[in-house]
Design a protein around this ligand. Structure first.
Ligand code: NAD
Length: 492
């Protein structure tokens, strides 16, 4: 039973199925019966019929359900961590210490946000009228999530939508659907009414595309690649849906000559290898001042060579595999092509060590001497690969940082206040860290500039995205012919 529709776990009726594979071992975790378009119709209908009552219940009541839900996930944290690791291959250390606690923190945040509707003061902005603002929910939200952080992506999509009184149909990535289904069931256990959250596990090109196009869906929220994001924009135009897009990234990591170099080296290793590099904010282009370039490259290469790959339960493992062999082939293909025009200083191959032979592993890879317009510098790898580019002047560093169609995240490494301020002002990205790379907090927004999309996840900004503002205006004088009518016809 791998569809969650109208409060019940059901079987998909498409007739086709998909094995969820642990990419660290190639073991089949579960076989999922995929959704048909008829299943999608049922889910949208359930969300539509749940909307009127859910949007009208008091925010405090919605918050109460979310608070209870947070405690359920807390009690079941180990189970969520294990299932998340089994469908993605992530080390248990990562799912226990990042994915699950991050999700609980998000739930607690949105339980609070549900009770904080904000707007302008009610007042007489014209002497003859009183104006006020209503902040209302939008309706049925259709959401699509990727496979890199399945549990956290379900949280980022579902929580602001329902906290703001909407109902939702989520389509997780079909290769990693298990924790999204558990998430929806646990919400139901916490008292969420049937139909408010529905999870449809189906193929992207058919079920995903139909959800984005569906005439009874009022808003779409998509996290995934920039290429599919463009098709979502087109599909949403059918009935002018509100659109929220969180797309690809190619984050710069700029190291100035005054930086604490060892801190930058540690930061580059952690920032590029987080989740085996399958993180849209991961450091991918280290842009390093020429005077410290050689030392930076040597130190990062040595640390990459020392990283231990392993299966989820291996407590010694630093990194897991890629999410699938398909993703590993994609990464290996880009590195192999890069070999012809640049130099691979570490990694660049799939390991054959004992215990790793059945997994989609790839060694942490460091690439140097690539031209700024080469594929490995420009395109998203979404794997354990860091490219290093040298620079001479601050202007050049900022230019290289912005020389990309993406703009999701970036970091600047310096102890010079003016340089740090300039970098935070001039680098075009939704988040710029100074002397760190990757940390996120529920209170602050995550979202892109440029072709990394628009709209924010997490924070009060994301809550606002899932509401619409209504201006209500009361005429105060009760006159038949208003003074302003003179602009339309002569007052006689
Ligand atoms: P993807 O775009 O291939 O797939 C994402 C989701 O879209 C999946 O659920 C998939 O089934 C669905 N999909 C595929 N084709 C579709 C179609 N034609 N219509 C509707 N849905 C369709 O991306 P991916 O490979 O799963 O994830 C990696 C990408 O996600 C990277 O580009 C990464 O940068 C991006 N990402 C972005 C963020 C962010 O916050 N900006 C976060 C995580 C991942």
């Amino acid at each position: 039973m791998h569809q969650f529709i109208n409060g019940k776990l059901l079987s998909g009726t498409s007739g086709s199925s998909l094995d969820v594979i642990n990419p660290a071992t190639s073991e089949v975790v579960e076989t999922v019966g995929l959704a048909s378009l008829a299943d999608l119709e049922s889910a949208v209908a359930a969300a539509r019929s749940a909307f009127p009552s859910w949007s009208r219940i008091a925010p405090g009541e919605r918050a109460g359900i979310l608070q209870k839900f947070a405690r359920i996930i807390e009690d079941r944290a180990e189970e969520f961590a294990r299932v998340e690791s089994s469908q993605t291959g992530k080390p248990l250390r990562l799912t226990r210490e990042f994915d699950v606690p991050g999700t609980i923190n998000n739930i607690d945040f949105f339980a609070g946000a549900a009770r904080h509707l904000e707007g302008k003061a009610t007042a007489e902005y014209s002497p003859q009228h009183t104006s006020s603002i209503r902040r209302e929910s939008i309706g049925v939200v259709g959401s699509i999530a990727p496979w890199n952080y399945p549990l956290q992506m379900a949280a980022w999509k579902i929580l602001p939508a329902i906290a703001a009184g909407n109902t939702i149909v989520l389509k997780p990535a079909e290769i990693t659907p298990l924790t999204s289904l558990m998430f929806a069931q646990a919400l139901s256990d916490a008292g969420l009414p049937d139909g408010v959250v529905n999870v449809v596990v189906g193929d992207g090109a058919t079920v995903g595309a139909a959800l984005m196009r569906h005439p009874d869906v009022d808003m779409v929220s998509f996290t995934g690649s920039t290429a599919v994001g463009r098709t979502v924009l087109e599909a949403a135009s059918v009935n002018s849906k509100r659109v929220h897009l969180e797309l690809g990234g190619k984050a710069p990591f700029v190291v100035f000559d005054d930086a604490n170099l060892d801190a930058a080296v540690h930061g580059a290793v952690a920032g590029s290898m987080i989740n085996t590099g399958q993180d849209c904010t991961a450091a991918t282009r280290a842009i390093v001042h020429r005077s410290v370039y050689a030392e930076f490259v040597a130190k990062v290469a040595a640390r990459f060579d020392g990283l231990v790959l392993g299966i989820p339960g291996d407590t010694n493992a630093d990194l897991g595999p890629l999410v699938s062999f398909k993703q590993r082939d994609h990464v290996a293909g880009m590195v192999d092509r890069a070999r012809t025009y640049s130099k691979v200083m570490a990694g660049g191959y799939a390991p054959t060590d004992e215990g790793l032979e059945n997994g989609a592993f790839y060694r942490p890879t460091l690439v140097v001497d690539a031209a700024p317009d080469s594929e490995i510098v420009r395109d998203e790898v979404f794997g354990p690969v860091l490219v290093v580019l040298p620079f001479e002047t601050d202007d050049e560093a900022i230019h290289l940082a912005n020389d990309t169609v993406y703009g999701l995240a970036a970091s600047a490494w310096t102890n010079n206040l003016q340089r740090a301020l300039r970098a935070t002002r001039e680098i075009q990205a939704g988040c710029v860290w100074v002397n760190d790379h990757v940390p996120i907090v529920s209170e602050m927004p995550h979202g892109g500039f440029k072709q990394s999309g628009f709209g924010k996840d997490m924070s009060a900004y994301s809550f606002e995205e899932y509401t619409q503002v209504k201006h209500v205006m009361f005429e105060l004088e009760g006159v038949t012919r208003k003074d302003w009518h003179r602009t339309i016809f002569k007052l006689r």
